[in-house]
Design a protein around this ligand. Structure first.
Ligand SMILES: [Fe+2]
Length: 369
């Protein structure tokens, strides 16, 4: 067996029930002033914001809240957050939320200490000063952003683009699944499909190795039966299932952080930008085709995926399409635009076969006539 691997994970992950309260001493070394970066509601609804404020009050840490992060956060919003952090003289940042606030909080830390970087400049300018230290608290089971050095932002032209590297890792991640308990059904489905897509896409990445594939398989094994149940019952997961889903999303995050994503993620961005399709659904709808390509390229690894699902290919495809439940009609002109835009999409190169932008155009046409 070839078990070559290398694993780099600079995030100190502190998990378990009441992980925030139990690990509050981490804040002793981070400073006395914190900017909390979050969206309009999930930080409050999840209970994470109240818990954090209790800890800050106990420890005499002064804080300000920047709660302007929307879905698919704009570089300009994150740049504004950086300015707020500078004006407040924050020593560190805490990001609370699902993928959007967590990715945004990573960028806020970079903008805060690099006033020369404005908006889309984050993609091109040098990061001259170390970003502010970041603590992230996840509130959805999907993104894996807690454990990745990746931030996906939306450019001023409305296109999503990721940025990654050592400046985009949190210092600490608080992993307490109780903060996911209040996520509604449809968001739960979408975020868990995102985690499943991370696990499956990263499995077949050119950068995957033995260890990341094991992480991905563990994640698929944890997620799949719960997705089947969600689809059958249309009921919210139990707290125990929520715990499983949250930790599965972290395993998928470990795999994603090394392997990166394939064409489902690259193509999915367009559905989110133009049709407001939630990220997880927008990517997962292309997973059945990805599995077809994966089977051609690496039948043995593909069988490992089916074994982890304890399912067959047809049932897996049907389950994913049922959960996506996406009724879209995309006109030919727009599909032609996508084909042109995807000419340079790197995700195709990180996929298992020669599937390319033209094939992708045909797939979109078939799915969304
Ligand atoms: Fe994703």
């Amino acid at each position: 067996m070839n078990y070559d691997f290398s694993f780099y994970m600079p995030v100190n992950i502190l998990g378990g029930k009441n992980a925030l309260q139990n690990n509050k001493n981490i804040f002793l070394n981070l400073g006395k002033k914190c900017l909390i970066v979050t969206g309009a509601s999930s930080a409050k609804k999840s209970g994470a914001l109240d818990d954090l404020i209790d800890v800050f009050n106990e420890m005499n840490i002064e804080f300000a809240i920047f709660d302007k992060i929307t879905e698919n956060p704009l570089t300009s919003t994150c740049c504004d957050g950086g300015k707020v952090a500078r004006d407040f003289q924050a020593d560190f940042v805490v990001g609370i939320g699902g993928g959007s606030p967590l990715d945004a909080s990573k960028a806020v830390c970079v903008y805060a200490t690099n006033a020369h970087i404005i908006n889309d400049g984050i993609y091109t300018e040098n990061v001259e000063n170390s970003p502010l230290p970041l603590v992230v608290i996840g509130t959805t089971s999907g993104t894996g952003s807690e454990v990745s050095g990746v931030s996906v932002l939306t450019r001023e032209n409305g296109r999503k683009q990721s940025i990654s590297g050592k400046n985009y890792y949190a210092k600490y991640a608080i992993a307490d699944a109780k903060y996911t308990y209040s996520v509604p059904f449809r968001t739960t489905v979408s975020t868990v499909l995102d985690a499943l897509a991370h696990a499956i896409e990263s499995m077949f990445s050119k950068r995957a190795d033995f260890l990341t594939q094991q992480f991905a398989l563990i994640s698929i094994k944890m997620i799949y039966p719960i997705l089947e149940k969600l689809n059958n019952t249309k009921e919210l997961p139990t707290e125990q299932e929520r715990d499983t889903l949250y930790f599965a999303s972290l395993y998928a995050g470990f795999a994603l952080n090394k392997g990166g994503t394939g064409f489902p993620h690259g193509m999915g961005y367009a559905l989110t930008e133009d049709y407001n399709v939630p990220h997880g659904i927008a990517c997962a709808v292309f997973i059945p085709q990805f599995l077809t390509e994966a089977e051609k390229a690496n039948p043995s690894l593909f069988n490992d995926v089916l074994n982890a699902m304890n399912s067959d290919k047809n049932s897996a495809e049907k389950l994913i399409y049922d959960l996506c439940d996406l009724q879209l009609s995309i006109p030919d002109e727009r599909i032609n635009e996508y084909v042109a835009r995807w000419e340079t999409l790197k995700n195709f190169k990180n996929s298992p076969t020669e599937f390319n932008n033209k094939d992708a155009g045909c797939l979109v046409k078939n799915l969304f006539k």
